[in-house]
Design a protein around this ligand. Structure first.
Ligand SMILES: [Fe+2]
Ligand SMILES: [Fe+2]
Length: 400
């Protein structure tokens, strides 16, 4: 039976504090391996900054080069939906029935551990190791009491290990890097070299403004006035929803701007565009080629505007039909597209507008209900994904 320690986090970017915890845990618990598992889209933190998932993963790999007991686990990073620890641990338990897992959390997570999704399942599949910052002023008694309380509540092992009081966080590092500061003291050398080589975290605000201006000029040139106004309505509504749900406004704005980029193309032109650029066309899309503008929009974001962001591609990709298990940006764009201020004549529009800022999932379900009704009434072809999405959200909301 192999003993595995798992250190999760966004690692955005990975730094010496993370490596210190990993090494401490390896030494203190005699793990056979220490797995560093970067998160895809963690429930409590959204990612900002000009860096892709692949690059974040590469940074982690560079950081642990030469550490023979450490491994980077990419199971969560490419998920487009929220990755919950209990789900990952359940999967690991199935995949590696002979491994014994310990899950490492920070001391801040000790307070909120009860409110994680299914803490009892987490405890069922892993022992918990709490990394506590070394600090003379720390009240270890209350930390230990809290660990004891949780271990009794969940009938689990909670162990505390000291970690270095690193005076730096990933947030600080991102800021310093964006200002061109030298942070080589805080990031493992190979990872730092990778950051430098790829100019990660160094995109400036001016670059973003320039990109948005370029997109807007293209949109103005190509789209009909009403479509351009719709696009702007969607963009601002997506920004408002991003504010409401604490999401990256920049990402919401880019998704909004590009979602209907290809709408000026006729059905035949869209089919031809997909053929020319190797974009796969489904049966449903062949019957209703206007659906293809979503795929073309995602393609344009990547290839024409060189936006390096899987979440933006995905949100544009699913904006017409929705998709089961949409992530937050998917839902923001899907909803903004329906409720933007220029939209008229949809039943329950005012209710859905209000609901969007109260409960996004409910708003999504209402939009799907009304869209399906509309498709039926007008005898249009329906993409099966629309119905699957509807069934998924109906079931989700019934469960609650
Ligand atoms: Fe659209
Ligand atoms: Fe739209």
């Amino acid at each position: 039976m192999a003993k595995i320690g798992i250190l999760g986090g966004t690692f955005h970017p990975i730094h010496n504090g993370h490596l210190y915890i990993a090494k401490q845990a390896l030494a203190a618990f005699g793990f056979d391996e220490l797995w560093i598992m970067p998160a895809g889209l963690p429930p409590h933190k959204m990612l900002e900054g000009a860096i892709s998932r692949v690059q974040r993963l590469k940074l982690c790999e560079a950081a642990i080069e030469g550490e023979s007991a450490m491994r980077i686990i990419p199971d969560e990073i490419f998920k487009t939906t929220t990755s919950y620890t209990y789900e990952t641990l359940t999967e690991f338990h199935k995949k590696y029935p002979k491994h014994q897992f310990s899950f490492i959390i920070g001391e801040d997570s000790l307070d909120s551990f009860d409110s994680w999704v299914h803490p009892e399942i987490i405890c069922q599949y892993a022992d918990i190791v709490v990394a506590v910052r070394n600090d003379a002023n720390r009240d270890y008694h209350s930390l230990e009491a809290r660990a004891k309380e949780l271990s009794e509540k969940f009938d689990a092992t909670f162990s505390i290990i000291p970690s270095e009081n690193v005076p730096i966080s990933s947030t600080m590092l991102r800021k310093m890097l964006s200002e061109g500061e030298d942070v080589s003291a805080y990031i493992p050398p190979k990872a730092y070299a990778y950051i430098k080589e790829h100019r990660l975290y160094q995109k400036t605000m001016e670059d973003d403004v320039k990109l948005r201006k370029e997109i807007c000029e293209d949109l103005k040139k190509n789209l009909k006035t009403s479509r351009f106004e719709h696009t702007m309505g969607v963009t601002y509504t997506a920004c408002a929803l991003a504010m409401r749900y604490q999401y990256s406004m920049n990402k919401a704005r880019l998704a909004g701007l590009l979602h209907d980029w290809a709408k000026y193309l006729s059905d035949d032109e869209q089919l031809a565009y997909c053929k020319k650029h190797g974009i796969a066309v489904t049966k449903a899309e062949e019957q209703a080629p206007y659906l293809l503008h979503a795929k073309i929009g995602a393609y344009i974001a990547k290839e024409k505007y060189e936006i390096d962001d899987e979440d933006i591609y995905h949100a544009i990709l699913v904006h017409t039909t929705g998709a089961p298990k949409m992530n937050l940006l998917d839902k923001i764009l899907f909803t903004a597209d329906y409720i933007e201020p220029n939209r008229k004549d949809a039943p329950r529009l005012e209710d859905i507008r209000m609901m969007a800022f109260e409960n996004l999932d409910t708003a999504v379900l209402m939009i799907l209900e009304d869209s399906i009704q509309y498709i039926k009434d007008t005898k249009r072809p329906m993409d099966p994904t629309t119905m699957e999405t509807y069934e998924y959200y109906k079931e989700q909301l019934n469960k609650e």
